[in-house]
Write a protein that binds this ligand. Structure first.
Ligand code: B12
Ligand code: SF4
Ligand code: SF4
Length: 305
């Protein structure tokens, strides 16, 4: 029997796929959230990302973000699966090409227009908004949250961005799927710094935090474990059997997200000696530009390439 789609859902799915999104799910904006995020902040696992404490009330109550909100539409967008290990050391897959914040925000604006046509008021975000994206993606049936803390999709794995649209439209919701990590603990075992515990990543130990977000210098005990991680870390994703080589086969990867040749050949020594102007030129349009030349230099000094 043919599945009858709600008209807004049908329009949304069509527009999202035209824009290159690989998945769409809908969650109840008022779905009960647990206290993991509050505990994360209380215990100081957010390190110096003080905006996480500021965002807490809004994350726990989407009504504060968009009055009258009914649904959170969650979207996935694929990023390259192949390793971004180059002469430069290891760069997290998501960050090898253009900045996804800009790329996806423009696409979300298009989807907002589609939803306005149906009478909806929307707010949309990717990463930087006060929305628990992994929680809502799991609620929207797009996957489950693995022991590495990431959203994992059967057959597709975790190499994707998440984006969210809060809407006042009452679209039918999807159902969450069961956790399929089973007895596997490979991500925890593969984490170079032991940052993963009880399905949560403690930013105070995470290389992604220290090489991207941290304002202060990496402590020596973490630096000793940095290895060749120049920017971000994918170790807990690389270890995951759901990211096996054929996962996501046939899914389109946006060419804007691939690493430019100039970065492929730059060694850590070269990157560590860049001046402001050269840094801005090499990383124009890249998410790496946000950390600034000083932080990149620090990463080249503490790592082992
Ligand atoms: C802060 C942040 C970080 C910090 C802190 C990491 C962390 N512990 O979350 C740092 C800088 C370290 C980081 C690193 C990375 N990040 Co980050 N990060 C975020 C951000 C902005 C907030 C995450 C957050 O609030 N964490 C705190 C935890 C406690 O809350 P949570 O994520 O909402 O997840 C909890 C709940 O969902 C709850 N939960 C789980 N299941 C269930 C079920 C039910 C029923 C309930 C009630 C609750 C519940 O438990 C979860 C885990 O504790 C999100 C974007 C966003 N706005 O959500 C991106 C985001 C999570 N990051 C992302 C990525 C890609 C990464 C990296 C892989 C980047 C890299 N390669 O270097 C690493 C991976 C590290 C890891 N294993 O988590 C993606 C994840 C995509 C995906 N497939 O899941 C996101 C969604 C950004 C995006 N828009 O694409 N990140
Ligand atoms: S990103 Fe790296 S350091 Fe952070 S939890 Fe994953 S494996 Fe550990
Ligand atoms: S490595 Fe294993 S435990 Fe970790 S997220 Fe993947 S399936 Fe789950």
């Amino acid at each position: 029997m043919m599945r009858m789609l709600h008209p807004v859902r049908q329009a949304l799915e069509y527009a999202a796929s035209q824009l290159g999104f690989s998945g769409v799910g809908v969650a109840d904006a008022h779905a009960a959230q647990d206290d993991k995020l509050a505990r994360f902040v209380e215990e100081g696992m957010h390190a110096d990302m003080e905006w996480m404490a500021r965002h807490l009330p809004a994350r726990q109550n989407p009504e504060l973000v968009l009055p009258g909100v009914k649904r959170v539409i969650m979207l996935t967008y694929e990023y390259p699966r192949q390793s971004a290990r180059t002469a430069s050391g290891s760069i997290a897959r998501y960050a090898q090409g253009e900045d996804y914040h800009k790329l996806l925000t423009a696409k979300l604006a298009d989807l907002d227009e589609t939803l306005q046509f149906y009478g909806g008021a929307q707010r949309y975000f990717t990463d930087s908004g006060p929305v628990s994206e992994r929680f809502f993606a799991a609620q929207a049936g797009l996957g489950w949250i693995g022991r590495n803390g990431l959203l994992i999709r059967p057959g597709r794995g975790s190499y994707c961005f998440l984006a969210s649209i809060l809407t006042t439209l009452e679209i039918p919701v999807d159902s969450p799927m069961p956790d399929r990590c089973g007895n596997c603990h490979r991500c925890e075992q593969a984490c170079p710094t032991g940052a993963l515990q009880n399905g949560c990543c403690d930013a105070r130990r995470c290389l992604s935090y220290w090489t991207i977000e941290a304002k202060s210098a990496m402590p020596p005990e973490v630096a000793a474990l940095q290895g060749n991680h120049l920017y971000g870390c994918d170790a807990c994703q690389e270890a995951c059997p759901w990211n096996r080589p054929r996962a996501g086969h046939g899914l389109r990867i946006d060419p804007h997200l691939l690493m430019p040749a100039a970065l492929q050949v730059a060694s850590p020594a070269v990157l560590g000696s860049l001046g402001e102007a050269e840094f801005s030129q090499l990383f124009a349009g890249s998410p790496i530009r946000r950390i600034g030349v000083e932080h990149l230099r620090r990463n080249t000094e503490t790592g082992n390439f």
